[in-house]
Design a binder for this molecule. Structure first.
Ligand code: DON
Length: 305
């Protein structure tokens, strides 16, 4: 395990890279993020915590919610149903691309891109929209072992008002029977889940849960080992979107990014990793977080390949 001093050195060494990135501004509210914020947290399977920088700073989870709600949707519906509607293949396209929806028998390519994730949100069970979202929030509270998680109302409302490309994709999928229920309800759950506020510490806890194949640090099995492996495989192949191949070569561990600036990552069987740096590269991945993970992976020989 790395100690906090080395992590602090990694923060210093990669801080300047953040200046070369851009904070997401297509969702109102995200543009208020401070480009200079930068933090990292590692938690190993003896629960030893190492962290440095802005690892306690809260930000919205955004696309990192995608693998998390997929776990809940699998618990609710079973894997076969989910993957009768959504594929498992990387797209090589940006996260918000609409173009393959029409050319792939309308089935979204995978649950990590926006189209696939909105379809997953439509499959969460519950009696009302509120109940469905509360189940999502409770699930993320459980696997992060943080009962105090909440969501950012302003960022949620901002995306609900401006998220018309997501809305277009959702209606497209309703037309083709991928979304079976109410489209606006599915979008509402999706926008709210993206607005859940977490820290790099929370992401490291979730990473550790996946590193241990779906068991919390107090020994509760929440998902099957098979589901945990499925999620990690999709993170490796699709978690960094059209940058997933290069990330696999350079860093070599399962990871999922979000435009809020977080990266959830893990080393199977060993540790969970959370990174925060809201300056993004052209593919929507934290630019400083990516560089830090690359260096850390070399120091600790983390690559799974
Ligand atoms: O739907 C969106 O565009 C955002 N709520 C989430 C996108 C995202 O985080 C992509 N990640 N890098």
């Amino acid at each position: 395990m790395i100690d906090s001093d080395i992590l602090y050195q990694l923060i210093l060494a990669n801080k300047d890279k953040c200046k070369g990135g851009k904070v997401a501004d297509y969702i109102p509210g995200l543009k208020n993020a401070n480009k200079e914020n930068f933090g990292v947290c590692l938690i190993d399977n003896n629960n030893k915590v190492s962290c440095a920088g802005d690892y306690e700073k809260k930000f919205t989870i955004q696309s990192i919610s995608k693998p998390l709600i997929l776990m809940l949707a699998i618990l609710d519906n079973g894997e076969d149903y989910i993957f009768s509607k959504i594929g498992m293949e990387p797209t090589g396209d940006p996260f918000n691309s609409i173009k393959k929806l029409e050319t792939s028998l309308s089935k979204p390519f995978n649950p990590m891109i926006n189209a696939g994730a909105i379809a997953v949100s439509s499959m969460i069970k519950g009696s009302t929209s509120e109940n469905k979202f509360n189940r999502v929030l409770d699930f993320i509270k459980k696997i992060s072992e943080n009962p105090n998680l909440d969501y950012d109302e302003d960022i949620y409302m901002g995306e609900k008002i401006t998220g018309n490309k997501n809305r277009a994709m959702a209606y497209f999928m309703k037309n083709d029977g991928i979304i079976e229920g109410d489209v606006e309800e599915a979008l509402d759950i999706y926008f709210k889940q993206c607005s859940i506020r977490v820290s790099a510490f929370d992401l490291a806890k979730i990473g550790l849960f996946l590193a241990n194949n779906g068991v919390t640090s107090y020994g509760e099995r929440v998902i099957t080992e098979h589901t945990a492996k499925l999620i990690k495989s999709l993170m490796v192949t699709c978690g960094m979107y059209d940058g997933s191949g290069e990330f696999a070569v350079r860093v070599g561990i399962p990871a999922k990014s979000g435009v809020g600036g977080g990266i959830l990552s893990l080393v199977p069987g060993k540790m969970g990793i959370g990174v925060y740096g809201p300056a993004l590269d052209s593919k929507g991945n934290s630019i400083g977080g990516y560089a830090l993970l690359e260096e850390m992976s070399k120091i600790l020989s983390c690559s799974i390949f």
